[in-house]
Write a protein that binds this ligand. Sequence first.
Ligand code: PMV
Length: 313
Amino acid sequence: DEISIGIAIGKVILIGEHAVVHGQPALAMPFPATKVKTAIYRKEGSLTLDCFFYNGFFSEVPDRLLGLTTIIRDIVNSFDEKLEDFRIRIESTIPPERGMGSSAAVAVATIRALYDFFRQPLTKEDLFKWANISEKIVHGNPSGIDAATVIGEEPIYYIKGKSFIPFPFKLDAYLIVADTGELGKTQAAVNDVRKLIDLNPQKGRSLIEQLGFLTRNAKDAIESKDIVKLGQIMSKAHLILDKLGVSNDKLNHLVSVAMRNEALGAKLTGGGRGGCMIALAATKDEAIKLSNKLILNGAENTWISNMGVDGNE
Ligand code: PMV
């Protein structure tokens, strides 16, 4: 039958997660090694939704899909169309709840597919607006960095509430992403950081400011193509994230495995308390070696990206 397709790619936060919620900058880049595809088919009857953990009626979806179903309903209403006679199927290679932008990418792919299905023109502003409505329902009060990176499809220097600045760098270096296999706990980690700041403002604010300082330094290091310095900055950021209470044993373990195996730097990425870590390597051989070591030492999965040089892999 008639099919509309929407695609969106994953993202990784290079540096600045958590601090970005409190007004500091963060750097994030798209991660084309992971993708979401939403397909919409014409089908008589009630609307159904099919993804890897749910297959059933739209009206009975589990809580974690409520952000998505809310925007689907509101978008279809905004077109004066009815929520029936089609079927939505979502396929994804982005591991969910690992800080890789899965929820934002699912929303973006689905919004794109819906606009195509109803032959409506889609602006970036509308895409960002709808994706953030979905993200807010799923995540509480997100900074918006995930949706911005997934939509922009280029690296960004992001400050919450400001228009985001594309930062399209190319670096002759490799980024390894390793999945701890544990679900990230972004919301709990974000809440606990806020509690820390409320209870001990001096300590909390100082840690957030140090992260902001490191993010600005990371931007400088990238601009001067100093990957050794960038690696050192990433490792420093990990220590501060750990002090903020958003790391955990498995993340710390994989970070030290990476550092013992000659990574230029390593840190958790995204919300933390599980999810993924990232490591920086100077060459492809080193990246492959590091990725093997991470798997041998407990990573559930790894991906390698060449940071924009000769196209992403
Ligand atoms: O876990 P993720 O990929 O959703 O990243 C969260 C990033 C935080 O800075 C911790 C939260 C936010 O809203 O920016």
